[in-house]
Design a protein around this ligand. Structure first.
Ligand code: SAH
Length: 260
């Protein structure tokens, strides 16, 4: 009995971009799909695993340029499964992290459709790998917090800075580029040291990746001047202080400082 019968749905994590970071299961499911609804962050190298006959439907959301709203995506998935197609819903990174999986799971279940999840490598793991360092550090960084600083236009970021300003934690900020100033001011205002190390990683795992190392008080400047249009992750905390990074990672890394 196959785990992917006709009329069922898999939510599949595509990983951070590098096709080699797909799981073998993800590759197999993509190869069995009749239709694939994919996010903007899913690269072409990954869709190459789809059968030629599969319908490839972009439903990408990039900040500010929503091409399809969540309800429409939910409806498309359900409709395709109800016509008997094997549906892959392909999402960047991991399915369970800032990826609206709940809405899609609920929509399928409400329609009586079998739906399962295949996890993926999340952006924070890929960014740490590119930097050649660990997100946790024995004795120094005992907590790893994933937050999103996605802002609705015109509104400020609604995060509990007091809870996040923990010198023993590493903070991975998804969708945080536009909110870099608020993140920096919020954390410093709540007591985190202005010289706390920060890494900005754009296009993690991809050939066009860019990495910058700076300090919390310079984060707004770094985000404004160094980052391009690609997806970018902010990593904040003592674990990011550079120590003996491997040569390849060191060569890619640019440091942003101001002489005082
Ligand atoms: N489910 C995804 C996150 C989706 S939210 C995951 O687990 O990774 C989208 C955000 O993820 C982007 O705004 C960016 O902050 C981050 N992101 C995704 N891919 C990335 C990449 N290759 N490099 C850096 N950041 C990335």
């Amino acid at each position: 009995m196959t785990d992917f019968p006709h009329g069922s749905v898999w939510l599949v994590g595509a990983g951070p971009g590098d096709p080699e970071l797909l799981t073998r299961k993800a590759e197999r499911l993509i190869g069995m799909a009749d239709v694939i609804f994919y996010d903007a962050l899913v690269g072409p190298g990954i869709l190459d695993f789809a059968p030629r006959s599969a319908r490839l439907v972009p439903v990408g959301k990039r900040s500010g340029r929503h091409s399809k709203d969540q309800k429409t995506i939910d409806a498309l998935i359900v409709e395709a499964a109800l016509t008997g197609e094997r549906v892959v819903r392909l999402k960047g990174g991991d399915v369970a992290i800032f990826a609206r999986a709940t809405e899609e799971l609920d929509a399928c279940r409400a329609a009586g459709i079998a739906v399962r999840v295949c996890p993926g490598v999340t952006a924070a793991s890929a960014a740490a790998a590119d930097l050649g360092l660990s997100l946790t550090l024995r004795g120094l960084a005992r907590r790893l917090t994933f937050v999103t600083a996605h802002t609705v236009k015109g509104r400020s970021v609604d995060l509990d800075w007091q809870a996040l300003a923990d010198p023993q934690a590493t903070l991975a900020v998804y969708m945080g580029k536009a909110a870099a100033s608020e993140v920096s001011a919020g954390l410093i205002g709540a007591g985190l040291a202005p010289d706390t190390p920060v890494a900005l990683v754009e296009n993690a795992s991809l050939p066009e990746r860019a990495q910058f190392l700076t300090r919390l008080d310079l984060l707004p400047l770094a985000a404004r001047t160094a980052l391009g249009d690609g997806p970018a992750l902010l990593l904040i905390g003592e674990a990011l202080r550079r120590r003996g990074a491997d040569a390849a990672a060191a060569a890619r890394l640019q440091t942003i400082t101001i002489d005082t």
